[in-house]
Design a protein. Structure first.
Length: 473
């Protein structure tokens, strides 16, 4: 017997081998996709092979729906229908605003309590903005929505509102922490034999019980920590903690220096958010300096000397004004208290190199998004990459990625736009700095008259190693 669910605008017929949450989801997608496309966006990207690979829940009644009612309405648990406008974000609305909100209402027995349900809706943007098919906000795959909710949970609409004008906003650390409270529930299994019992009861108190046994194999210890993307190449990575010093300078005390309208500080915060949310950077190990003085920057470097060990990794990011003096052949960063009449309170490239050299990390990566940032390199020629992956991981590295050479860069940074985009969209578990650079170089060059640079920080102790971004699972 097929299961029919009446919801809002009509009847929907889900695949009968999926659980009830999928029934909610497909039903909502049905109503969304049949909206008038001239007025409302759609957006479902469907791949049957991916859909069929989704792990299925254990059936309540083996190959039979006889214990279920012929019809069942979930309208009483549904939130008031929202409006996605022209964006193709129906997957977010169906899976999160619809299905996840309905499941929460059922759990809390809020049937027909529309006010309470509407106060506790989940945000379609939290999921969709992280799985979107493209920057035009047109489409996503259901499979990715379910995977993301299983890994990161779901954020309430009150914590991450839906913006119908853009899908490019990403959650910050606060939102991720709130979303963790609403993870898709899982049943923990002990090693060995697990005796489970599932009991389903309908509104008329008719019930059915299913007992079954699941045997979980013991964990197998594997001393090989990770593998890279090349088959049969095993790598002993040995990474420890990841530290980050992220600096953004938008406002300057010297009136002769043009303020940057808050862009560098926004960029600094956005980078910190993605590193904490998606990569191996703990919040306590990430320092964000917004509009710091030269003294604050120098002190932060000194503090890192005490914290970072020889097995740890350090990322340093700077966004703000930079300059290069042809007469003295000196390049430097310009903190918020820089005085350009006498070149006071600046951070020379030689000082930056000295700081990096003094921090006893395993790998240090400097990313600079500033005018003349390429002057950090003694020589701007690219290094020859070591083909032996294991040797790369084992050796110390001191490298930099900059937004350009000895040229000015625009206030609205194209460089940081693609840096954040590639970090958000990355699907590799282990992303090398070289691979990251390769992914941003061409789009940056295609959109501004400048060329991003990557190379060794000369004299800082580089031995040919490579910095790796480890993606959270």
């Amino acid at each position: 017997m097929n299961l029919y669910i009446s919801f809002l605008f009509g009847n929907c017929k889900p695949a009968k081998n999926k659980n009830l949450l999928w029934a909610y989801l497909l039903c909502l997608l049905y109503t969304t996709i049949n909206a008038q496309e001239q007025r409302f966006g759609t957006g479902l990207k469907f791949d049957e092979s991916l859909y069929n690979k989704i792990p299925q829940s254990v059936p309540l009644v083996t190959r039979s729906f006889t214990a279920l009612p012929k019809a069942y309405s979930i309208k009483g648990y549904a939130p008031t229908p929202g409006n996605q406008r022209s964006q193709g974000v129906c997957v977010g609305w169906a899976s999160v605003y619809g299905a996840r909100t309905i499941a929460n209402a059922v759990k809390n027995n809020w049937k027909h309590n529309t006010a309470k349900i509407n106060q506790n809706t989940f945000s379609p943007a939290f999921v969709y903005n992280q799985i979107r098919y493209n920057e035009k906000c047109q489409g996503a795959f259901i499979e990715n929505a379910m995977k993301l909710m299983n890994s990161y949970g779901a954020a309430k609409m009150s914590d991450f509102t839906y913006d119908y004008t853009t899908c490019l906003k990403t959650p910050n650390t606060y939102v991720y922490n709130k979303a963790k409270n609403h993870n898709t529930p899982n049943v923990p299994l002990k090693y060995g034999v697990n005796e489970l019992e599932v009991k389903a009861t309908d509104l008329k108190q008719a019930s059915s019980t299913k007992r079954f046994t699941i045997k979980r194999k013991s964990a197998e210890t594997n001393n090989t920590i990770v593998t890279n993307n090349t088959p049969n190449v095993k790598i002993d990575v040995g990474f420890c903690k990841y530290y980050a010093l992220i600096i953004g300078v938008s406002n300057y005390e010297d009136k002769n220096i043009v303020d940057l309208n808050g862009e560098p500080t926004k960029d600094a915060q956005a980078l910190a958010d993605v590193l904490i949310a998606k990569y191996g950077f703990d919040t306590t190990n990430v320092t964000i300096l917004k509009n710091p003085t030269d003294s604050q920057i120098n002190r932060s470097f000194y503090q890192l000397r005490k914290k970072v060990s020889k097995t740890d990794n350090l990322l340093v990011f700077y966004a703000g004004h930079g300059n290069y003096d042809d007469a003295s052949e000196r390049g430097y960063w310009m903190p918020s208290n820089a005085n350009m009449e006498f070149e006071d309170n600046i951070i020379l490239n030689t000082t930056i190199v000295s700081h990096i050299k003094a921090i006893n990390s395993k790998h240090t990566l400097l990313i600079a998004d500033a005018c003349f940032s390429g002057s950090i390199f003694k020589s701007r020629s690219y290094i020859q990459e070591e083909k032996n992956a294991k040797r790369k991981y084992a050796l110390t590295s001191r490298k930099a990625i900059t937004s350009g050479t000895l040229k000015t860069v625009p206030n609205k940074s194209v460089f940081i736009k693609y840096l954040l985009k590639r970090l958000h969209e990355n699907q590799d578990s282990y992303l090398s700095a070289r691979k990251l650079f390769d992914r941003i170089e061409e789009p940056v060059m295609n959109n501004i008259s400048n060329t991003p640079q990557r190379g060794v920080i000369h004299g800082a102790g580089d031995e040919g190693g490579v910095f790796i971004f480890i993606k959270k699972i």
